[in-house]
Design a protein around this ligand. Structure first.
Ligand SMILES: [Mg+2]
Length: 285
């Protein structure tokens, strides 16, 4: 039986859990066990390109004042890329960006619409930002995941008219989706999440994207240092991600996982401990 079939069986045996995230968890444990047995840290197992990554940080949907307060705190802590959830209300999104810019003028923006706009609205956002003199470095999933034509239209206009790259996140959940994106030139960037596709699936998508010259982002769901740490090891070791969005452990008030990597502002540095290097404190769960 191949590893893929074993994982599928396990996924089916655990109803109520998203199959992909169960699969990802099992794959992480197996890969960690391999790294441990050959005494390698995960980042070296994945290729050893680097032992560190630099993440962006997310500003949630809040008032302009609150966003400015957070942005100024993140500026102090060394974060230069801020990720904004947008798409609810165009005018308030613009107000929030103006407020952030006033306290963190050099920051770069990643906008994540989480499928919230129509294609026309997405282009309108870029137009308004251009009027403000803001060029986001990435515009993530502007339209609904199944609106392939809309995504391609936004990507074309974003790049040609505004010099902005567009990322497929919810639209890319499998290797088949990745092939579709490549073939139809639907987006410039693919956002990889281990919980969406599993680790092996993610490695396949990464391959497809790299062969086609599509750039890569790595993100996650709301995850602790355990799953995020794994994704961080993978990103550091492969060294092929232009956009790193692995910030949720920084935003969690309680994280039951210790070690695995050292954090200094936006930089995660992985050690030479075997495997993942992090561990759970059972008393904290
Ligand atoms: Mg996203």
């Amino acid at each position: 039986m191949t590893l893929g079939l074993v994982l599928e069986e396990i996924g089916r045996a655990l109803p109520g859990h998203g199959f992909a995230s169960v699969r990802a968890g099992v794959e992480m444990a197996l890969i960690d066990a391999i790294a441990n047995s050959i005494r390698l840290p995960l980042w070296r197992l994945f290729g050893g390109a680097s032992n560190s990554i630099t993440t962006d940080i997310t500003i949630p949907i809040v008032s302009p004042n609150e966003a400015a307060k957070l942005a100024s705190e993140y500026r102090e802590r060394g974060f230069s890329t801020l990720k904004l959830k947008v798409g609810k209300d165009l005018n308030s999104d613009i107000e929030v960006m103006k407020a952030i810019r006033s306290v963190h003028p050099d920051c770069e923006f990643i906008l994540d619409a989480n499928e919230g706009y129509s294609a026309n609205e997405a282009v309108e956002v870029l137009e308004k930002l251009a009027e403000m003199g803001v060029t986001p470095k990435l515009f993530e999933q502007p339209v609904h995941r199944d609106n392939w034509d809309g995504l391609r239209q936004v990507s074309d206009v974003a790049k040609e008219k505004y010099g902005v790259s567009v990322a497929a996140d919810e639209s890319c959940r499998s290797v088949d989706d990745a092939h579709r994106i490549v073939k139809g030139k639907v987006a410039h960037v693919i956002n990889i999440k281990l919980a969406k596709s599993g680790v092996l699936g993610a490695l396949e998508i990464i391959n497809v994207a790299r062969n086609a010259g599509i750039r890569l982002m790595i993100g996650g769901m709301v995850e602790t240092r355990l799953a995020m740490g794994f994704a961080g090891h993978l990103a550091a070791g492969l060294g092929c991600f232009d956009f790193i969005d692995l910030d949720t452990p920084l935003l969690l008030s309680d994280d039951p996982v210790f070690e695995g990597y050292e954090v200094s502002g936006p930089v995660y540095k992985f050690t030479n401990s075997r495997g993942h290097g992090g561990f759970l404190h059972w008393s904290n769960i």
